[in-house]
Design a protein around this ligand. Structure first.
Ligand code: PBG
Length: 327
């Protein structure tokens, strides 16, 4: 029989009642805006599979980062794009002090003193084979790769990056990078580790944007199997032991259970990366008039917060920040 005393709808009666009992809120305070900066282009170019996102020049990057800051987004995460003829087997250009990311970091720090400037640290954008590490006979080598990653992180730190974020998934790289930064006087630079990063089809549009598709094989000997949750706990534990300041789960939308489990396993901030494929799917459906793009993006991001994420890395950052303000 229906118990007439149980009336949960009382707490949904008006907008202000709903405000009072709301358990989670979405705020642009926690957004990081990922951006691409490209070497060797004269003008920004829209990324075909990621409408509204660009391969930027240093100057258009500075302008767009200013818009993000203005909209209420405190941080950007930079990815470098270089022409094929600047790539080599070990991604040397990624660690150059005058590399495109280092140039961009210096320009952003000069133009926007309050902006938190973060860099992705990986080799796949800079290697001619597109893998995230050195290779030998078709295998991806671990320890030589972590040394190159530390070189790159150091170049970003020298340029003025506040946070560096290794996304390669080599074993031990958090510890190697931390030790290198500390030895060179950059103990203030924070480390956001892509800890539970899965070998995912959701990265498709990003690889177009960054021109980082592997020329052979795939990334499943270093990125995680989407079937595994317990293994994510191990990766998180190792990254924390090696000195990570923030741990990340990536992708996010199809991995809310992982975000929830990581949240209960650590008191460190947990970041969720709402990746390129998640962004492009929302855009494609919105462009067809099938869904309301801003509302659905905000709902997806709110779900990540509810699952336990403190920080949201999202290409929707500027649009959703503006949308939240307009309400
Ligand atoms: C580089 C890197 C990737 C992403 C972030 N850093 C691609 C990959 O691992 O293939 C994906 C980001 C996105 O899809 O938005 N290793």
């Amino acid at each position: 029989m229906l118990d007439l005393w149980q009336r949960p709808r009382r707490l949904r009666a008006t907008p202000n009642v709903r405000r009072l009992v709301r358990e989670t809120t979405l705020s642009s305070d926690h957004f990081i805006y990922p951006m691409f900066v490209a070497d060797g282009i004269e003008d920004p170019r829209e990324i075909p599979s990621m409408p509204g996102q660009y391969r930027h020049t240093v100057s258009s990057l500075v302008d767009r980062a200013g818009e993000a800051l203005e909209a209420g987004v405190p941080a950007v995460l930079l990815f470098g794009v270089v022409p094929a003829d600047r790539k080599d087997a070990v991604g040397t250009i990624g660690a150059a002090d005058d590399g495109i990311v280092a140039q961009a970091v210096r320009a952003l720090r000069a133009a926007h003193p309050d902006l938190v400037v973060m860099t992705d640290v990986c080799l796949c954008e800079y290697t001619d084979h597109g893998h995230c590490g050195h290779i030998e006979g078709g295998a991806i080598l671990n320890d030589p790769s972590t040394a190159s990653l530390a070189d790159q992180a150091l170049a970003h730190a020298r340029a003025g990056a506040h946070w560096v974020a290794p996304s390669d998934m080599m074993d031990g790289r958090v510890g190697v990078i931390r030790a290198r930064l500390d030895a060179e006087g950059f103990s203030d630079v924070a480390l956001m580790a892509y800890s539970a990063k899965y070998a995912s089809a959701f990265y498709g549009p990003f690889r177009d944007a960054a021109d980082s598709t592997p020329t052979f094989g795939d990334r499943s000997t270093y990125q995680m199997d989407p079937a595994n949750l317990r293994e994510a706990m191990r990766e998180v534990e190792l990254d924390i032991a090696e000195g990570a300041d923030v741990v990340m789960v990536k992708p996010a939308l199809a991995y809310l259970d992982v975000i929830g489990a990581v949240r209960t396993a650590t008191d460190l901030p947990v970041a969720a990366y709402n990746v390129s494929g998640e962004y492009s799917m929302v855009h494609a459906a919105a462009a067809n008039g099938w869904v309301d793009g801003d509302r659905i993006a905000a709902e997806i991001l709110l779900a990540m917060v509810r699952a336990g994420a403190d920080i949201l890395i999202t290409y929707h950052a500027v649009d959703v920040a503006r949308w939240l303000r307009s309400r």
